[in-house]
Design a protein around this ligand. Structure first.
Ligand code: AMP
Length: 242
């Protein structure tokens, strides 16, 4: 694992501070690497990775009423209405595995969602928002090349992480492209991102020492290093087994 040095190593007297859970919010356009970095970060900080997109896809696979309704928005590249997202989200973060914090990927996506999250976190969590940036050309190249295994969910990329056997996963499962990763839908998602999600950057930049910008154009390893380095130099205290 990437070696980092914390600004100050926690000691026994820090118990109260460390006990406060950490909420890491991943912000940035679709394809900016939120999902890619959420996994390693979640392992590193030993807190769950919560992706509202994954929660919806799980509901769609299981054909729940929520999944069937959400699909009508997702397939068109639209955002799912706030009330549906909020119920599902708060149900997830109330689970016991979230007691030490979480990595939020794809939530919040609108100002009302951010306000609802603020009310919920209030004095409960320490918060940091990581803002992943990259150009529109990079975004389109990254998203339209994404494929994943239908069976085990393993992600690949046609150009950057191609499967050994074209359209087949190592587990033997067939690979597919998400309906909403097609180029025409990606352009719509980017448009919606700019209108509804980009205002969150200003929202979090108005909070003291919360928003941290990460250049996502750098390679995967470098970006992870940058994220860990940002976390280590903030005021945050977290209980990671280094
Ligand atoms: P993602 O996997 O995060 O790209 O999400 C896939 C799709 O799920 C999005 O394009 C939205 O349609 C929907 N979705 C996920 N999270 C949210 C959210 N916080 N608010 C509204 N819609 C969401």
């Amino acid at each position: 694992m990437v070696g980092i040095t914390l600004a100050r190593e926690p000691d026994a007297t820090d118990t109260k501070e460390i006990a406060k859970p950490l909420a890491v919010i991943l912000l940035g356009p679709p394809g900016s690497g939120k999902g890619t970095h959420a996994g390693p970060l979640s392992k590193y900080l030993t807190v769950p990775h919560i992706s509202t997109g994954d929660l919806f896809r799980g509901n769609i696979r299981e054909q729940t009423p929520l999944g069937l309704l959400a699909k009508t928005y997702i397939d068109k590249g639209n955002l799912v209405p706030d009330e549906l997202v909020l119920d599902m989200f708060f149900d997830r973060v109330s689970k016991t595995d979230c007691k030490n914090g979480y990595i939020l990927d794809g939530f919040p996506r609108t100002i009302p969602q951010a306000e609802a999250l603020d009310l919920y976190l209030h004095t409960r969590n320490q918060t940091v928002a990581l803002y992943f940036t990259l150009t529109d050309e990079e975004i389109i190249e990254r998203i339209t090349g994404r494929i994943a295994c239908k069976v085990c969910g393993r992600p690949y990329h046609k150009k950057f992480a191609p499967p050994q056997n074209e359209m087949l996963c190592e587990c033997g499962g067939s690979l597919y492209q998400r309906d909403d990763d097609r180029v025409e839908i990606v352009c719509k998602r980017l448009d919606i991102y700019r209108k509804q999600t980009q205002p969150l950057i200003e929202y979090y930049s108005n909070k003291i020492n919360v928003l941290k910008e990460i250049n996502s154009s750098n390679g995967k390893e470098q970006v992870l290093q940058d994220v860990l380095s940002v976390l280590s130099t903030t005021h945050l205290q977290y209980s990671k087994s280094y």
